[in-house]
Design a protein around this ligand. Structure first.
Ligand code: BHK
Ligand code: ZN
Length: 443
């Protein structure tokens, strides 16, 4: 055995006092780190998700008043209040009493969908740690588990290693915090710019089942090429690109600091609030209805179109390529297949065809285990949303633009248990194949 190395050497070129632990500068620095919460993780002990049902316009305005009150710190999990659909709202433990009194005083119908969010997140974390040990000993990526960004990127390399003649990786750019925008390219055609399909996932950081479904799908495409007729024939004439984590900084942040982070992690000059909603940042009716100019908002559109380098990387790649025919964006949750527009109630030119494809997609998806998806334009079945990914794709000539909201309908919401990853991915695959087949036959 070799002798242990001296842990550090005195440098002859760097002044020692810079690193001296008693130096005031460093005490202040580390103090600031702890004080500002950089070392902390946000916890949600006692926080509950309320499902609130509104029955008329009067109740909608009451609920809006509640949700918009700054001191209660409520977080909307699903859609702004609208008739016919319950609204899921995360209520911090300190606000529980006040919110309950408000709801009861105003005779609003509600139930508690999640009793204690932290319990679910603790289980999720424990499951992940357990899985890390298993993967280390088996040296095998567990597709039924959630992973860190690093693990997902590693598995992408692994897929390429197994199927080098079909798959390659492309780095299309880097995130605000300099992480790679790492893409898998499936292609059987040498060099030519074939018509192509883009599968986008993880644009919203907390929607973990989206990257998990995307990496599963990538592996499935690789496995099924040469076996499944639809995939084989499609890859004879088209290329497929898969971006499993379109918002890598946000995704990492959900693992290290706040499981419910949604936006990017870019700095907003003049504001203490961080991040832009990358699904409001695209150059398609940018800044319009359903996006907000306040950097502290969860749907902040950013200072200008494609200000988020993550959005710009994808947009530039797609424009430069010039032959994309289909763009699919995976979100969670609420079980819907959506198509443009989000920024207007006006029907898209191809709405009838898109609606038919979306209906067939939902039907195929339900075949596996009966999971029900709703279908419609973003505007008509969710809410107004400007600057969204699929609207940009559609307005830039990519006719087959769809957005999925994957499982569930709110029992777990963003904290969907890992045991549902594979069932989600499998049924989604039936839906995706319906779209892929239609695109194959119509380009
Ligand atoms: C989906 C696609 C296009 C525009 C909006 C939506 C709804 C989506 C959003 O951006 O507000 C809801 C969401 O994140 C949950 O996945
Ligand atoms: Zn989303």
């Amino acid at each position: 055995m070799s002798l242990p190395q001296t842990p550090y050497k005195y440098s002859l070129t760097q002044p020692l006092y810079d690193w001296h632990p008693w130096n005031m500068k460093w005490i202040l620095f580390f103090g600031a780190l702890i004080g500002s919460g950089i070392c902390d993780r946000e916890t949600f002990s006692g926080h509950q998700v309320f499902r609130i049902n509104v029955r008329n316009g009067d109740e909608i305005s009451k609920l809006n008043r509640l949700v918009n009150s700054d001191n209660l710190k409520l977080n909307l999990w699903k859609s702004p209040p609208a008739l016919g659909h319950p609204t899921d709202v995360l209520v911090p433990s300190v606000s529980l009493q006040e919110v309950k009194s408000f709801l009861e005083d105003h005779d609003l119908e509600y139930s508690v969908a999640v009793e204690d969010l932290q319990t679910i997140l603790d289980a999720e974390k424990q499951e992940m740690q357990h899985n890390v040990h298993q993967e280390l000993s088996s040296n095998c990526f567990n597709y039924g588990a959630y992973h860190t960004l690093e693990a997902i990127h590693k598995e992408m390399d692994n897929i390429v290693k197994y199927y080098p003649r079909l798959v390659s990786t492309v780095t299309i750019g880097h995130s605000f915090e300099n992480r790679s925008m790492y893409v898998l390219k499936f292609s059987t055609g040498e060099g030519r710019q074939r018509p192509a399909l883009w599968l986008n996932a993880g644009i919203h950081a907390r929607e973990w089942v989206s990257p998990a479904t995307a990496i599963w799908t990538a592996r499935k495409i690789a496995c099924d090429y040469g076996k499944d007729a639809i995939i084989t024939s499609t890859l004879k004439k088209m290329d497929i690109f898969v971006l499993p984590v379109a918002n890598p900084d946000g995704y990492v942040y959900t693992h290290t600091h706040n499981r419910l982070w949604r936006k990017t992690r870019s700095v907003n000059p003049g504001s203490t609030c961080i991040g832009t909603d990358p699904n409001r940042n695209w150059n398609s009716s940018f800044g319009g209805v359903g996006s907000i100019a306040d950097p502290c908002s969860e749907v902040y559109h950013g200072p200008y179109p494609h200000s988020e380098v993550e959005v710009k990387s994808v947009a530039d790649f797609i424009k430069k390529h010039g032959n994309f025919k289909c763009f699919i964006d995976l979100h969670s949750f609420s079980q819907m297949v959506l198509y443009p527009y989000g920024y207007t109630a006006t029907k898209a030119q191809d709405a009838d065809e898109l609606d038919m494809v979306a209906r067939n997609t939902a039907k195929a998806l339900a075949m596996l285990s009966g999971t029900q998806y709703r279908v419609g334009s973003i505007f008509s079945i969710t809410y107004a949303a400007s600057g969204s990914t699929v609207d940009w794709a559609y307005d830039n000539g990519i006719k087959y633009a769809f957005s999925f909201e994957l499982r569930d309908t709110g029992d777990y919401g963003f904290a969907l248990p890992a045991s549902q990853i594979i069932p989600t991915a499998q049924e989604t695959w039936l839906g995706l194949k319906t779209i892929i087949e239609h695109v194959r036959d119509n380009i």
